[in-house]
Ligand binder design. Sequence first.
Ligand code: GDP
Length: 283
Amino acid sequence: GVPVLLHVLFFRAAASPPSSNFLLLGPSGSGKTAFTTLLEAKSSPASKKIQLTHTSQTSTLVSVSLPPSVPTGSNRYRSVNDPSLKEATRNPIRYFVKDTPGHGKLRTSQGIGELQAMAISKENKNKIRGVIFMVDTAALVDEGNLRDTATYLHDVLLVLQKRELNKTSTKRSSEIPVLVAANKQDLFTALPPGSVREKLEAEIDRIRKSKTKGLMDASADSGLDAEEDILGNDDAQGVFNFKALEDETGVKVEVVGGAVKSDSEEEFGSGVLRWEEWIGMCL
Ligand code: GDP
């Protein structure tokens, strides 16, 4: 009856609602700042004229809204005539994006550090819904860039794998999926998302194998268990791929093409719409 309803409403209002945070990682130059700037501009058209600048030395937290046309994971099974969906259109769904510096040493202290902190946080306001790993798909033809990007992604996935494997079965925290945002699809030198996935998988496989060898040698000397520092929990014989990682550890990775630069255009993976759809599915 009414008292129960009031009780529910009171508690809904009193408990601070979990905020929906997405951590934006990736090498510098991949388009992270351009992406957050675009999301901010789309969320508040009035601020479009203001030149939004983000420094690349620290993390920036921006509050943005999901376009009303993009479905969320929690409403996708409801009918379009559902009145609560219309309400959702009036109050756009907001989420936070944390942009992190992608450069060398800052990557370890801020990108990975931020991920580690958010991945274990018990506080609602710091909870993380997903990781967006931004990649410059035109830069991956360069061996050095590919190696650098794959190393960063490898380290991100290892943090998430450890989190999954350390979960206690009684108190399961929610999963943290990874979107590899294959950016700059507008450039004619860009690799399509399918080959971006293959290249990253092959390079991570190489990184993983050389790391396995190093760790095995070291643990043979020290007697330490090296297993949990290796991505994918089978032996080093298997070839690394994202599907196997998901099957073995529960860490989900999706590679989706797009272009920050050509957001209102239909081609080039529809700008950033596919990424917003991925974000929506996490909400
Ligand atoms: P960050 O270091 O990851 O924050 O990268 P920035 O956002 O500063 O972007 C690096 C460069 O890539 C800038 O010159 C951007 O204008 C450019 N850029 C970002 N997204 C795209 C895109 O989708 N297409 C093209 N052609 N250039 C882009």
